[in-house]
Design a protein around this ligand. Sequence first.
Ligand code: SAH
Length: 446
Amino acid sequence: MNKEKVKLKCTRMDEEGKGVVKIKGQEIHIPYLIQGETAVVEVFQNKKGIQAKVLDIEEKSEHRTHPKCPHFNQCGGCQLQHLSHEGQAQFKQNTVEKLLKRYHKVNPIITMEDSCSYRNKMHSTLALEKNNKIISGIYEENTHRVISIERCLIQDKHADEIVASILDMMKSFKMKPYDEDAQQGFLRHILVKTGFASNEIMVVLVVSSQIFSGKNNFVRALTKKHPEITTIIMNVNNRRTSMILGDQEKVLYGKGYIEDTLCGYVFQISSKSFYQINPIQTEILYNKAIEMAKFTGNEKVLDAYCGIGTISIIVSGKVKDVIGVELNKEAVKDAIKNAKRNKISNVYFYNDDAGDFMVKLAKGKQSVDTVIMDPPRSGSDEKFLSALIQLSPKQIIYISCNPVTLDRDLKFLTQKSYVVKEIQPVDMFPETYHTESCVKIERLKG
Ligand code: SAH
């Protein structure tokens, strides 16, 4: 198929923020095209089928705005910077409503006024450009080419500054960035985690070999330049893999973890464990979940997919006891430490698949009053949901970062003995298409 120019009007957007149009009877999803706009697009065919890209917008949406980031069109990390704050809120509200309003009316989304520097975790991949310049950034969308990003607007500013200093130091330390194709070089990735409340900063240097010559001098120089760094970890990843972190770790400086405070409790965060990336909106989300649950103080609660135990610990003072279950061993270790750190004795953590654990609870005829579940983007699974029905808690609080899988799981639960009582979207990821939702689900009487 030859390239062709077509003028058309976009009438809706998909869940990923792309404009959907019909070309030759086929639905095509076009990046950076907004509902209501008329545009001239170039239609072409590649391995994925018929595609189109915007050439010119003839009728602009009132929500179109100039993207703040110069890398917006290449990077792919943010998808909605061409939409105003209002436009993003409307897009997210519409997406959740389209999928979930058949279960219940959807509350207006809780947005975040200042969408700059909200992320507390930054990952940078290193590469060597043809002119021998060391760069760091992320892979260009759908490719394996690293694009250089010196400032990512949604990241904590310190993280960018630390990465820039490391790149600078690499020359004098004769440290080479890792080349994935040649499988040569040393420094592969840099991970920076920041505790927004504690101001503690962790730097993880992901390297290809255990031999880090001059490491003491490197650590001394880096911490001298950035006294705000509280811990540095060397992580060895010598496999050919798209996974960032390898298995072996060595603490080069500080205590090997950072702490942060969320809803009044202190949490220990290690290099590998999951911690919500937008702590300001997370507090709002967790408080909403607690408000929905209307705890009386006597409940037995199960916190499924509990990560480092944040939700378990935050609700522990409002209920009788909490059981947390989580698949990641490191996260469970952190969760146990976190309970101790906060002097909490009514939470119990288990390292297991949430579905398997739920089946065991159901078989053992255990009773649980409230299940709080916060699965990954892929949602829950039938094993878990079937056991949940069998366990039959009075209420379920479902926290989800993907309304598509949330819809699938709600369909399952509402076909059985449950009904949706409230749906609250929260914008945890401004400038991206991702939307978090908190849903209250109740068991039907009888
Ligand atoms: N509730 C936590 C973590 C939510 S992220 C918080 O708010 O911080 C989802 C978590 O589910 C991750 O920690 C991930 O490791 C865990 N997970 C993924 N699949 C799982 C499974 N099958 N069983 C249990 N936990 C799982």
